[in-house]
Structures are given as C-alpha cells and as structure tokens.
Write a protein that binds this ligand. Structure first.
Ligand SMILES: Nc1nc2c(ncn2[C@@H]2O[C@H](COP(=O)(O)OP(=O)(O)O)[C@@H](O)[C@H]2O)c(=O)[nH]1
Ligand SMILES: [Mg+2]
Length: 193
C-alpha cells in the first residue's frame, strides 16, 4: 500500500456472514455523524464512503478492501437519538456478532470522537467495551479538529487522557490532518512489527 487511489474498493454491506478470509480488519467506530465516512474517504484519497447530510442512516457494516491485506470496516454509528430502542438492540446484536466472528482478525480499532465536543457517555462506554471487555488494540481519533478552537482542543485532549492511555490522533478530513499518522499504523499492520 502506498496510498494510491486505485487500491481501495467497496466490498459490500453486511449484517452477518462477514467475510471469512484472513485479511486484517481496521475498524472505524464512533457516534453517528462524528465524521467516520469523511475520515475513510480522506485516508483512501477518494470518495468511497457515503458522507451523510442526515445522520444515523447507515444500518449495516460496510467493508472496503484496502491494499492487498486489509479491510477497512465502517461500523454504523451509535447514539443517534432518533433510533428506536428496537433498532438500538439490533445494532448491538450486529456489533456483537461482528466482534465475536471477526475478533481474531481485528488488527486495530479507530475510535472516533468529536474533536470539539470530546467524549460523551456513549464514547466512554465504547472505551470500556474495547478495553475491559474485548481487550482490543485501539487509538482515539479526534475528528473535525479544524472546527475546534485551541481551548476546546486542550480540554478534549485532557478529557480523553483521563479516560485512556491509548494514542490520540487529532484529524481533519477537511484539511487532511492526521492522514500520514494513521496510514503509518496501516503500514505497520500490513508489514508486521
Ligand atoms: N469541518 C469538518 N467537517 C467534517 C469533518 N469530518 C466530517 N465533517 C462533516 O460532518 C458531517 C458528518 O460526516 P460523516 O463523515 O457523514 O459522518 P459519519 O456519520 O460518522 O459517517 C458531514 O457534514 C461532514 O462534512 C472534518 O474533519 N472537518
Ligand atoms: Mg457514515
């Protein structure tokens, strides 16, 4: 992988029967509207993921193949207010199914948190889920950094740091900030330590 534009391809949307081959998974999780699709498009250098005007629309887990050995896995956002309890339950089941079926191939999770707002209760729950329950490798990606002022930036970093020791990567899909840092992680996964 060298960041070329032709190396990414939408593979499909899944609710179950996730791909069973041995490619490694890089998983994107975060609240609805946090900027997941925008970040994926920024990283791969083209518009493969749908950027929504209306939040909370994705209901399936989208897989993109990236380079020869990686899948980028776009998990639908949590915490969208207009979603019914029943839908939330279905979301939870789908996520748990994904983690239990694919856990052995998950190489990295990017937990996206809004760079202006900072972690909310659901983000804290996700940190607990990843860390305590699943024990999976993750980094915290702060999104929309271009929209946060210096005071907000400092506060958000401090708050995240109080919750986790995971690496923190500030990003802007608009300005390309954080791209190289994240791609470095991807290369590490592809070529090993
Ligand atoms: N200024 C700015 N806006 C962003 C950034 N990332 C996402 N957005 C905007 O935030 C909204 C939600 O983005 P989207 O990628 O669809 O979020 P998703 O629901 O998490 O996939 C869209 O209007 C994006 O244009 C960013 O880094 N900077
Ligand atoms: Mg999206």
């Amino acid at each position: 992988m060298h960041g070329g534009k032709s190396e990414v391809k939408f593979l499909g949307s899944f609710k179950d029967n996730f791909p069973k081959d041995q490619k490694k998974h890089v998983v994107f999780v975060g609240r609805s509207n946090v900027g997941k699709s925008s970040l994926i498009n920024m990283l791969v250098g083209k518009k493969v993921a749908y950027v929504s005007k209306e939040p909370g629309r994705t209901r399936t887990i989208n897989f993109f193949s990236f380079g020869k050995n990686l899948y980028l896995v776009d998990v639908p956002g949590y915490g969208y207010a207009k979603v019914s309890g029943e839908e939330r339950e279905r979301w939870k089941e789908m996520i748990e199914k994904y983690f239990s079926e694919c856990k052995d191939r998950i190489a990295l999770i990017l937990l996206l948190i809004d760079g202006r707002v900072g972690p909310v209760a659901l983000d804290e729950q996700m940190i607990l889920f990843l860390e305590m329950y699943q024990n999976l490798p993750y980094v915290v990606v702060l999104t929309k950094w271009d929209k946060a002022n210096q005071k907000q930036q400092a506060e958000v970093i401090k708050k995240v740091r109080s919750l986790t020791n995971a690496p923190i990567i500030p990003t802007s899909a608009k300005e390309g900030k954080g791209k190289e840092e994240i791609l470095k992680y991807f290369r590490g996964i592809e070529y090993g330590p």
